[in-house]
Design a protein around this ligand. Sequence first.
Ligand SMILES: *Cc1c(COP(=O)(O)O)cnc(C)c1O
Length: 357
Amino acid sequence: MLNFTVGPVMCSDEVCAVGGEQVPYFRTPEFSELMLENEQLMLKFSKAPNGSRVAFMTNSSTGSMEATVMNCFTSSDKVLVINGGSFGQRFVELCEIHGVPHDVLKLNHGQKLTKERLYEYDGKAYTGLLVNIDETSTGVLYDSEMIGEFCKKNDMFYVCDCVSAFLADPFDMAHCGADVMITGSQKVLACPPGVSMIVLAPRAVERVTNAKVKSMYFNLADVLKNMERGQTPFTPAVGILRQINTRLKEIEAAGGADAEIARVAAQAQDFRDKIKELPFEFVSESPANGVTPVHPLNADAYEIFMDLKDNYGIWICPNGGDMKSTIFRVGHIGHLTHDDNTTLINALKDMQSKGKL
Ligand SMILES: *Cc1c(COP(=O)(O)O)cnc(C)c1O
């Protein structure tokens, strides 16, 4: 199998090996130590300001998006949601479900967020902002620094969903002033799905500590209190947390976050260079490194996905909804090489020679 989706992605051999081991009991000093090491590396890689903390959540990243909305905002807030695709839409729906007053800055698919558009909302008494730094459904990267400046100017609580951007695109939590950064185990961290991390800057730690959240499982104050000793309130996905530990140390040994970001960027560039010969078009104004959205000029995107899967053993990422026939995505995250890109291009060329593209 060769997997070019945007999660779950290919794991390294070391991470796979840990997945094959017995899962240990976790209320032990050894597991606490591993969790505290995970926290330190997550803080380092996200460039979080001093005093930041990490909540390790056993849920997919949508659970962490929901926990963030529930613990950081109330009906007294007025938040701005950047909505350029299906993940932006998810934040909109979460605000609706949890009764958080909000306005939506809607962008067309593939459109970047300009300063002009954003500053239409300047000085309008917003208390928070929700954004998916890489809107993975369209592969658009938003400017976390530009948005951070806007939030600082307007004293807004700044939430960044970096689920697919963390370790793929440059992100400096302290510098851009983000209060919350969310990511998940199955994207660039290249581990199995099941764990999601919420990095909280001091202002967010304070906010969740004082929150009156109506939930037992999604009570972040409880999560952070347990994490002081490297534990979680309830049984976490112990095996995946051990794989995350292996992977974080692997990244550290290979040069840290910046080296991993450079590797993903090079993997994306290699693919974008190689695919130029084929009858496709790119559809993003401000492409993120993690994924390339591709528009086939003469063929159905979903049929290409099926053909690659069934006849070549290669998985690309189909799109849902109204983009299903027009766009497929190729991921550059996980344990992939430039040779793997060549294998994919050769498969596409083979399809072309058979008149399918
Ligand atoms: C993948 C992704 C999510 C949600 O992930 P799940 O693990 O499926 O809940 C959220 N936001 C972005 C930007 C993503 O890429």
